[in-house]
Design a protein around this ligand. Structure first.
Ligand code: PLP
Length: 397
């Protein structure tokens, strides 16, 4: 059998199991509504465009101007071919926004996460990661282990006793790293950050937090999980994305002490061997940060919308996972049912994705709703009406 026919057989099996992912094409900018090819106008409930900045005019304009000023890119990596001044401005703005001394940008948060662990741990060090951390963290830790022969462990999700116990058992490791998501993307749950910081102090460990779903989202002014808990400036290292609340194009970063960012410039492999974020995207992201700083009312609206939607969907008879973030997952059980719900909702003009195994545990497939500051109350009411109808057809209500 050839590779192609083997792959085709795997695809056929996915289709037979009802777990095949189909791409939906959109014909215009991301927003509360999009124009979807073959469907027309649909309400988007599955985007990380939390502040609605993906098509904010000043964010778009900044990208256009940067394209004119810098061209497409440097055509090589930063230390060989030069670094655009817009990257320096962006990195200063990121550090200011998330409350660290410095930051370093990457082409994605995936890239940033993968860059970090192998760069800062050595043989004999200990890395411990929450069981529900994002795939990019899991791969970063695996990569670090393969490259450096550090010791690794996973603690049960949000289980502080397990975290403490495993750190204690590895006290002799010279450097200890705790990796956690700030907001867990499939649950919408917030990390128990104050307790993690306390344990880290007791065990002399470094806390690394991926705030991809919290940057621009949590805290009164959107500075993330640390602001939410009133511990801004206390997390050792924050990684996050520019591809969600902060403009939504692409890009990610590692924020922390200036010495860390300098070491990343010296040694992190995606910096040394891969091109930087395109200047257009860097400029759009910078404009998005500036816009978010000037408009904290967007964060307030996002929080209000999330509260409103949670209440309304519960009233409609659904049982979302409890929480206070704009991620509102509705557990339906089997993967095929999550995909069916998502299809039924799309037929009713609502674009929301169903997730199943292996993204989430078996039997816990879900439709993950994500609320944006860009949604109006009418949008959210229309979504709830579509859910009621689709839920009846799917036998969920
Ligand atoms: C927690 C978390 N970390 C990292 C990423 C990757 O972000 P990016 O698209 O910038 O690579 C995501 C995206 O889904 C995420 O949810």
């Amino acid at each position: 059998m050839s590779l192609t026919s083997e792959l085709q057989a795997e695809l056929d099996a996915l289709k037979a199991a009802g777990t095949y992912k189909r791409l939906n094409y959109i014909e215009g900018p991301q927003g509360a509504h999009v124009r979807m090819e073959g469907r027309g106008d649909v309400i988007v409930l599955s985007s990380n465009n939390y502040l609605g900045l993906a098509n904010e005019p000043s964010v778009v304009q900044a990208g256009i101007e940067a394209l004119r000023r810098y061209g497409a890119g440097t055509a090589s990596v930063r230390f060989i071919c030069g670094t655009f001044t817009v990257h320096r401005e962006l990195e200063a703005a990121i550090a200011r926004f998330v409350g660290t001394e410095a930051s370093m940008s990457y082409v994605s948060a995936w890239n940033a996460n993968e860059a970090l662990t192998p760069t800062i741990v050595r043989e004999g060090d200990f890395v411990i990661s929450d069981a529900l951390n994002h795939a990019s963290i899991i791969d970063s830790v695996r990569l670090a282990k393969a490259i450096t022969k550090c010791t690794t462990a996973v603690y049960k999700h949000a289980d502080m006793d397990d975290l403490r116990e495993k750190l204690r058992a590895n006290r002799s490791a010279p450097r200890k790293l705790i990796w956690t998501d700030g907001v867990f993307s499939m649950e919408g749950a917030i990390a128990r950050l104050p307790e993690i910081l306390q344990i880290a102090r007791e065990e002399r460990a470094v806390v690394v937090m991926d705030d991809s779903h919290a940057t621009g989202v949590l805290g009164k002014t959107g500075r993330g999980t640390a602001e939410h808990f009133g511990v801004l400036g206390e997390v050792d290292i924050i990684t996050s994305t520019l591809g969600k609340a902060l403009g939504g194009a692409a890009g990610g970063f590692i924020a922390g002490p200036a010495a860390l960012c300098d070491i990343l410039t010296q040694r992190s492999r995606p910096q040394l061997f891969s091109n930087a974020l395109p200047p257009t995207v860097a400029a759009s992201s910078l404009a998005a940060i500036q816009y978010a700083e000037a408009h904290p009312e967007l964060v307030t609206r996002l929080h209000e919308n999330a509260r409103y939607f949670r209440g309304a969907i519960q009233e409609a008879g659904f049982n979302p996972l409890p929480g206070e973030t704009p991620i509102v997952p509705i557990i339906v059980g089997e993967t095929a049912l999550a995909i069916r719900m998502s299809d039924l909702l799309l037929e009713r003009g609502v674009f929301v994705t169903g997730f199943g195994f292996p993204v989430v545990p078996k039997g816990e497939a879900r439709v993950r709703c994500q609320v944006s500051a860009a949604h109006t109350k009418d949008d959210l009411d229309a979504v709830v009406a579509a859910f009621k109808d689709a839920g009846r057809v799917a036998g969920l209500l």
